[in-house]
Ligand binder design. Structure first.
Ligand SMILES: Nc1nc2c(ncn2[C@@H]2O[C@H](COP(=O)(O)OP(=O)(O)OP(=O)(O)O)[C@@H](O)[C@H]2O)c(=O)[nH]1
Length: 278
């Protein structure tokens, strides 16, 4: 019977799946609409919940738009460890497989390890990686990389950035400078600003979106590490709160582990209705 008690336990479950309180209450209430006091089976409840969740996710499930512009400049932002470098490697590989020519700029010039890691990804994807000396100005590297990508007639330029969030002003200034400098070559760049978020940080992802939206003109999201986390529900909270496009999801550490975001499949998995769990 769909009564107050059942509704409360459903809300609890959604909150535990990290959908956030507001979104959980909304989804449960919509699911119960017109059904209160009725007998409903467990599978029906799951299906109804999955439907309500998919309704929130559908408008944001959009692949990264590809423009006729050449090179299309994609700035990749996010806190350290969120999976920026890995996502750039995976994206580069997918674009290459689709027949596009790609250049990567290793814009996190402060961390030698980040540059080396990108070089490895570049090799795997068969994509050149532009680097600069450690500690040098990332804006100047981005400018040179754009000039190089233009000269080569590349389709895409993917720019990695540093993500030190402990000093927001620094980060803001650095990102603003990169944008200012690349606009000297192309006033419309960057054409996309992707924010990479780590699903295992749960509700923290919401405050990261809040912060990065203020310091960069974020145009879309990639959520990484959705493999092996029970916290995927944060994607629903993100979609509900910000409505930013979710371009892709990371489901592992290897090059093929970046998938388009499928709202129905995601909603079914989240409510335990996916093929494996039925
Ligand atoms: N399981 C899993 N691990 C991932 C995924 N994406 C990235 N990782 C791992 O997360 C860790 C951090 O990823 P990086 O790509 O180095 O993250 P970053 O944001 O570039 O971080 P910095 O290099 O520190 O700036 C690495 O060990 C990756 O292998 C994913 O979708 N699933």
């Amino acid at each position: 019977m769909l009564d107050d008690e059942m509704l409360e336990s459903l809300e609890e479950l959604l909150i535990q799946a990290d959908m956030g309180v507001d979104t959980s209450l909304k989804v449960a209430a919509r699911m119960a609409e017109g059904r209160f006091g009725r007998r409903v089976g467990a599978t029906e409840v799951r299906e109804l919940l999955a439907g309500e969740i998919a309704r929130i996710l559908e408008p944001v499930a959009r692949p990264m738009p590809i423009y006729p512009k050449r090179p299309q400049v994609v700035l990749v932002v996010g806190v350290n460890g969120s999976g920026k470098t890995t996502t750039i490697g995976k994206l580069a590989s997918q674009f290459r497989a689709a027949g596009k020519s790609v250049v990567i700029a290793a814009g996190d010039t402060f961390r030698a390890a980040a540059v080396e890691q990108l070089q490895v990804w570049g090799q795997r994807a068969g994509v050149p990686v532009m680097t600069a000396a450690q500690g040098s100005d990332p804006a100047s590297l981005a400018f040179d990389a754009l000039a190089h990508a233009e000269a080569k007639g590349a389709d895409l330029l993917l720019i990695d950035t540093a993500g030190r969030l402990q000093n927001r002003d620094d980060l803001m200034q650095e990102l603003a400078k990169i944008v200012r400098v690349i606009r000297k070559r192309d006033p419309e760049a960057p054409h996309n600003t992707l924010l990479v978020l780590d699903a295992t940080t749960g509700q923290n992802a919401l405050s990261q979106v809040d912060i990065f939206r203020r310091i960069a003109d974020v145009t879309g999201l990639v959520m990484t590490k959705l493999d092996g986390t029970a916290k995927g529900g944060v994607l629903v909270a993100l979609a509900d709160r910000f409505g930013l496009p979710i371009h892709a999801i990371g489901v592992g550490e290897s090059i093929d582990d970046l998938q388009p975001f499928d709202p129905d499949e995601f909603a079914r998995a989240l409510t335990g209705l996916s093929a494996e769990s039925v």
